[in-house]
Design a protein around this ligand. Structure first.
Ligand SMILES: NC(=O)c1ccc[n+]([C@@H]2O[C@H](COP(=O)([O-])OP(=O)(O)OC[C@H]3O[C@@H](n4cnc5c(N)ncnc54)[C@H](OP(=O)(O)O)[C@@H]3O)[C@@H](O)[C@H]2O)c1
Length: 351
């Protein structure tokens, strides 16, 4: 294991807070305000965490709009934005945690946090696997778990199945296409632009560039017998087009609907009645409902990464100051693979 450099604490805790509700189809720098305050005191039964990495996910714009999630309370103007991250324990008054332990959990957009490490905070120790701890915000964390449970549990893949994945070069999508290949499926990835389609071509039998090609026509051409699984990350007209091409018994996995996150009204599906004639099903899932199985998913995903079967594609922005820009990258279609910010990095990044 590479040598760790000693931690020198900063003088302040720096935070990104909500300055105003985002409008339009992205986020802007003026939607955020940078705030400094004292590093919180670490009390009995608590640990002081120093942020190493912070996740960047489409749901964060929804948090900024005041929308809560099952785990996260709705936020007001002036609140620190919710966000999962990876952190190092730099002070501990907790019997189960030592200085130097690495954990992942809900940190918020800030550089320090104290935590009592309760189950409700869903903090988990990260084992040292000899790879960047940042991967715990990508293939070895919620993004990987979403791909794993969504595809395997909801999609019920079988060898030889034909699988269509939207936002296939994004965080969850780029992992789903690779797991589908591990399962021996035929994979069609839908992504925006030639660069993204080229990047994922090694895991896809065919790609559809939805920005430059006619998606319904390409689906019809590539799917004379329909698909068995459609893993939906985007909703909207792509979901509608896919529903025209279901095989008998097809499964549609509803993971996300990013094309509808910035619209006033949800998209109205026109083709849902086809589920009947195809004897098909639409199955939603929420990754946190699989909490009891996270350890198994982490083990399987790590095994695939270490064996070279799964490539850890990641899209890393550098420095805490870049968090707003990092979130905007998702809505301006720039990321390839799971996105996160390297706030301080870890010993593997310093190799
Ligand atoms: N159910 C769950 O428990 C769960 C858990 C995690 C994530 N999710 C959802 O899963 C989806 C994928 O999440 P992720 O974190 O991996 O994000 P992601 O796919 O990396 O999201 C960013 C990508 O989405 C695409 N995109 C952005 N705006 C779009 C639009 N208006 N229409 C169509 N595509 C658009 C872009 O790819 P292109 O350039 O290819 O358009 C962009 O690079 C999201 O909808 C997220 O909310 C659900």
């Amino acid at each position: 294991m590479p040598k760790k450099t000693p931690v020198i604490l900063d003088e302040v805790n720096t935070q990104w807070r909500i300055a105003r509700r985002p409008t339009g189809n992205n986020v802007q720098r003026q939607d955020f305000s940078l705030h400094e305050e004292n590093i919180p005191a670490c009390g009995d039964g608590q640990v002081l965490l120093r942020t190493l990495y912070l996740n960047l996910a489409p749901v964060m714009r929804m948090y900024m709009m005041g929308v809560g999630a099952a785990r996260e309370k709705p936020l007001g103007i002036g609140d620190v934005i919710h966000g999962r991250g990876v952190a190092e324990v730099v002070e501990s008054h907790h019997p189960d945690y030592r200085v130097g332990d690495i954990v992942q959990g809900q940190l918020g957009w800030q550089t320090y946090k104290t935590s009592a490490m309760t189950a409700a905070e869903l903090m988990r120790k990260i084992p040292d696997r000899g790879v960047s701890y940042g991967l715990s915000l990508g293939p070895l964390g919620m993004t990987g778990f979403s791909a794993y449970f969504g595809f395997i549990d909801r999609g019920s893949p079988k060898k030889g199945d034909t699988v269509v994945v939207s936002a296939a070069a994004g965080g969850v999508g780029s992992i789903v296409i690779q797991i589908a290949k591990i399962y021996g499926c035929r994979v069609i990835g839908i992504a925006g632009g030639p660069e993204k389609c080229n990047r994922i071509t090694q895991w896809c039998d065919d790609t559809i560039d939805y920005r430059n090609e006619n998606v319904p026509a390409r689906l019809e051409h590539l799917l004379p017998n329909g698909f068995d699984i459609y893993f939906d990350n985007v909703g909207g007209d792509t979901l509608d087009a896919c529903m025209d091409n279901m095989n008998a018994g097809a499964r549609i996995v509803l993971c996300g609907s990013i094309s509808e996150y910035t619209t006033d009204e949800p998209y109205g599906l026109k083709n849902y009645a086809r589920l009947r004639s195809a004897n098909a099903s639409m199955l939603g899932f929420f990754v946190y409902n699989h909490e009891q199985e996270f350890a198994q998913a982490e083990e399987d995903l790590a095994t695939w990464i270490l064996s070279g079967e799964l490539t850890a594609l990641v899209d890393v922005v550098e420095g805490f100051e870049a968090m707003p820009e990092g979130l905007a990258r998702l809505y301006s279609h720039k990321n390839i693979g799971p996105a996160y910010c390297r706030v301080q990095g870890d010993c593997y990044d310093l190799e």
